[in-house]
Ligand binder design. Structure first.
Ligand SMILES: Nc1ncnc2c1ncn2[C@@H]1O[C@H](COP(=O)(O)OP(=O)(O)OP(=O)(O)O)[C@@H](O)[C@H]1O
Ligand SMILES: [Mg+2]
Length: 270
């Protein structure tokens, strides 16, 4: 793995690590706490009074039937939607009212279910553009170097100077991860169905990048997916939503044995 992307910010990583309390004794402290959060659209309770915690360094699967509130939850945590009520806490700090770009600078980054790129810009410029307006301590050349390394890690280096319109859907998903890498050190990575319609070889690459981000930064990952085999492969814990509520958490085997989870997926017995 190229080292510079991760090493040029080594001091910042150590500072952040100290700030969020990384250490043997604190490994299991929640990095993210949801305290009774709700979001409705008209008469729809998309997320309803959800409380729960996510530990540092764990890859979580966020699963549930269609319309159960998974994307809305990701939109709330990442600051794309405002809460109707409740509180979101990141490493002890209330972040409920933070905007997405502020959260990104705190290492809270996300990908979208329908990835988009600026078609008429190069792949490299697509990686750099989201951070172009940020006040950052790095020089432009350091950011360019980091962007090149993010493209290397995500397997897109050969396309660096091509227009983004040449990217497939799976490659555009990898581009989102390259952008996320520019917000290192990543504390919380939120992934909304990153494998949908992605070719198997690119899917393996996405899985590798997720693992790298998790291992390198001790990042907590929340992965929304309907692909249970991939959830089993990547996630040591899962959270299940149904009807906007957090109905279960545990290993995939544990939640699969829950009557409430079975009923959420299959409906009540007739
Ligand atoms: N912007 C919106 N405006 C109106 N209703 C919405 C909006 N976003 C979501 N909803 C509704 O909120 C509920 C939860 O939707 P959400 O997209 O969060 O579910 P999901 O679990 O991500 O589903 P899927 O697995 O199909 O992606 C659904 O009933 C949906 O129709
Ligand atoms: Mg969704």
């Amino acid at each position: 793995m190229p080292e510079t992307l991760f090493s040029f910010k080594k001091e910042q990583v150590l500072f952040e690590a100290a700030a969020v309390g990384v250490g043997e004794a604190m490994q299991n402290l929640p990095v993210l706490e949801l305290c009774g959060i709700s979001k409705g659209f008209g008469g729809t309770r998309a997320v309803h009074d959800v409380s729960g915690a996510f530990e540092k360094g764990v890859i979580y699967g966020l699963i549930g039937p269609n319309g159960s509130g998974k994307t809305t939850l990701i939109n709330l945590i990442s600051g794309f939607y405002a809460l109707d009520s409740g509180k979101i806490v990141l490493s002890g700090e209330i972040i409920s009212k933070r905007r997405p770009h502020e959260l990104a600078s705190l290492g809270v980054v996300r990908t979208f279910q329908m990835p988009k790129a600026f078609a008429s810009l190069s792949v490299l410029d697509n990686v750099l553009l989201p951070i172009a307006g940020d006040e950052r301590s790095e020089s432009l050349s350091q950011m360019q170097e980091a962007a090149h390394e993010a493209l290397q890690i995500t397997g897109l280096a050969a396309m660096t100077h091509q227009l983004a319109c040449a990217l497939s859907g799976g490659q555009t998903m990898l581009l989102q991860l390259a952008r996320a890498l520019l917000c290192a050190p990543i504390r919380l990575l939120l992934l909304d169905e990153p494998f949908g319609g992605v070719a198997p070889a690119l899917k393996d690459r996405i899985i590798q990048v997720i693992r790298q981000i998790n291992e390198r930064y001790g990042a907590t990952v929340i992965l929304v997916s309907h692909e249970m085999s991939t959830v089993r492969q990547l996630c040591s814990k899962v959270v299940v939503m149904s009807g906007g509520r957090w109905i279960a958490e545990g290993t995939l085997d544990e939640v699969s044995a829950s009557p409430e989870v079975v009923s959420a997926y299959l409906g009540k017995p007739i």
